[in-house]
Write a protein that binds this ligand. Structure first.
Ligand code: NDP
Length: 287
């Protein structure tokens, strides 16, 4: 059984971006820039944002965090996004989700310029992903999963993949990306009947539900490849959606939690921001 080390891979990705950034800095005249907007002070969001900023600093990007109070209204938020859309030092804009209930998330995502949407959530980028137009930005978590699969030379072509979870940020986009790579994909949700039967024939399982230890030893077949996206807290400890200790006895490859998909989500954000910077500098993308 091979543990797919997302932490190590993310460090490799960040090192590559750091070197690339250093090489082009004098020619481009400025580093890549990421603006992060946070509304309210959700403790989990604060940790995620701090980790993203830490990665930005490591690779030498310019970054700015706009920490807005919980009572910020939609108009104020949209006006800040508009300002950042027109700021030439900023290549990526990230609005940390979830937003307070009085703000319409879709409206906010739509307001970000697709050319700065480094989270890959804007409908234009989702559309580009769907038709495999490489000028778009892939959503960070599924993009991180693809890089893990590539690093461990896992070819999904012809494989039966079962994805548990159908969110806009994980389940749906990873299903499209794997179909693009010629996998046969089933996407389950909380209404799916007989999930166990589907899991038992899966060559690859991607779990993204937020339900700790949902996928058990008896659900999976010998040699299965497991990608565990879940980040849950159980008895004060972080765990995924997969019963790691037992499922790993049957798996050929498995991602741990923590240290699997999580760090690669951040590395993908850094890659997307760098890509945006390059596209602009090469004149492929205007603002
Ligand atoms: P959502 O809550 O948006 O979606 C969860 C999905 O899981 C839904 O489609 C839901 O079905 C499905 N689901 C829930 N329970 C079951 C069940 N018992 N059987 C089958 N399907 C079920 O979550 P996210 O996609 O945002 O996140 C999922 C997990 O991944 C969370 O733990 C989150 O913290 C983590 N995460 C980790 C990231 C990382 O970088 N590692 C990044 C993003 C998320 P239905 O649609 O029917 O409700």
């Amino acid at each position: 059984m091979i543990v797919m080390n997302g932490k190590q891979l993310s460090e490799k990705v960040l090192d590559e971006v750091l070197l690339d950034q250093q090489k082009v800095l004098s020619t481009y005249g400025r580093p890549a820039g990421l603006a992060v907007i946070m509304v309210g002070d959700n403790p989990a969001s604060k940790v995620y944002v701090a980790n993203k900023i830490k990665a930005c600093n490591f690779v030498g990007f310019y970054s700015i965090t706009h920490q807005l109070v919980e009572s910020t209204n939609e108009t104020e938020l949209l006006s800040l996004i508009n300002k950042l859309n027109n700021d030439d030092t900023i290549d990526g804009i990230l609005v940390q989700l979830p937003l307070p209930k009085h703000i319409n998330e879709l409206k906010v995502i739509n307001a970000i310029s697709p050319s700065k949407d480094v989270d890959g959530f804007h409908p234009i980028n989702i559309g580009k992903m769907l038709i495999d137009d490489k000028t778009g930005f892939l959503p960070c978590t599924p993009y991180g999963i693809l890089q893990i699969l590539d690093e461990y030379k896992i070819d999904v072509k012809g494989k039966d993949v079962v994805i548990v979870g159908r969110s806009n940020i994980v389940g749906k986009p990873i299903s499209i990306m794997l179909i693009q790579r010629s996998a046969t994909v089933q996407v389950c949700n909380s209404n799916t009947k007989n999930i166990n039967e589907k899991l038992q024939i899966a060559d690859i399982i991607i779990a993204a539900t937020g339900v700790p230890n949902l996928i058990k030893y008896e659900d999976v077949k010998e040699g299965v490849i497991i990608i565990d996206v879940g980040i849950n807290r159980l008895d004060g400890k972080l765990c995924g959606d997969v019963d790691y200790n037992n499922v790993s006895k049957k798996a050929s490859y498995i991602t741990p939690v923590p240290g699997g998909v999580g760090p690669m989500t951040i590395a993908s954000l850094i890659k997307n921001t760098y890509k945006s910077y390059q596209l602009k500098k090469e004149g492929i993308y205007e603002r």
